[in-house]
Ligand binder design. Structure first.
Ligand code: GTB
Length: 217
């Protein structure tokens, strides 16, 4: 039996790999675990059949036999714990890699999502022009700190880990903001993640969904 994940039937990001199924796909590709994808529409996400899997009516979910998970970070951790390749074997290095997973999702992602949401949904508000620089500066604070820690290393703590996988997917959400251009070392870090064959397979798979939906094939 292979796991099944859920993803947008028609992703609002138009195949740019910004939705959170991308990180789950990438993790599965990194560890060589085949998977099925069930595509769901926005209305299907709010129906009882999906709410049983995801109490907040969102994607992604992960089903493997009688185990159902939601929350992309928990899903990636589950995959990383059950396969080689995404977490170090040594206990302290493993704990540090998991720390970076949490840092990506709870320290970096919130200000990045706040900025993205404002850019998408608040442009017509009277306060948008005043709020935007505040949101951008909040992200800059974190990028500056991350840049210092990364230094000239390829990855956050030794070998590539699930911490890097989540961090790269979170940072990619800044693509439309132009902010990554201010941090060439972080841009290069993201590019290293995107250059991984597993990332490319995951990206192509989610892009194929968008292409098929938009061409009717
Ligand atoms: N904390 C949860 C997790 O990490 O799994 C958050 C899950 C979540 O936000 N899912 C979104 C969703 O299902 C899709 S990824 N939204 C539908 C809903 O809430 O009704 C968020 C997302 C959506 C679109 C873009 N985009 O267009 O660029 C990027 C990211």
């Amino acid at each position: 039996m292979i796991p099944t994940i859920t993803a947008f039937a028609s992703s609002p990001d138009r195949g740019r790999g910004q939705a959170r199924d991308m990180r789950v796909r990438w993790a599965l590709e990194e560890v060589g675990q085949p998977y099925d994808v069930r595509l769901v529409s926005f209305s299907e996400m709010k129906q009882p059949a999906h709410l049983v899997l995801h109490p907040f009516g969102q994607i992604p979910t992960f089903e493997d036999g009688d185990l159902t998970l939601f929350e992309s970070g928990a899903i990636v951790l589950h995959i990383a714990e059950r396969h080689d390749g995404l977490l170090p074997g040594e206990a302290k290095a493993r704990a540090r890699a998991i720390t970076w997973m949490f840092a990506a999702l709870s320290t970096l992602e919130p200000p990045i999502v706040d900025l993205g949401m404002a850019m998408l949904f608040e442009r017509d508000k009277s306060w948008y022009e005043a709020r935007l620089p505040v949101l951008r500066d909040r992200v800059r604070v974190r990028l500056g700190e991350l840049s210092v820690r990364l230094g000239d290393a390829d990855w956050l703590d030794g070998a590539f880990s699930a911490g890097d996988l989540l961090m790269v997917t979170v940072l990619r959400r800044l693509n439309a903001s132009g902010l990554l251009d201010e941090y060439p070392d972080i841009s290069a870090y993201v590019a290293r993640g995107e250059a991984r064959p597993a990332f490319k397979r995951a990206f192509d798979a989610q892009l194929a969904v968008f292409t098929a939906a938009s061409t009717g094939r």
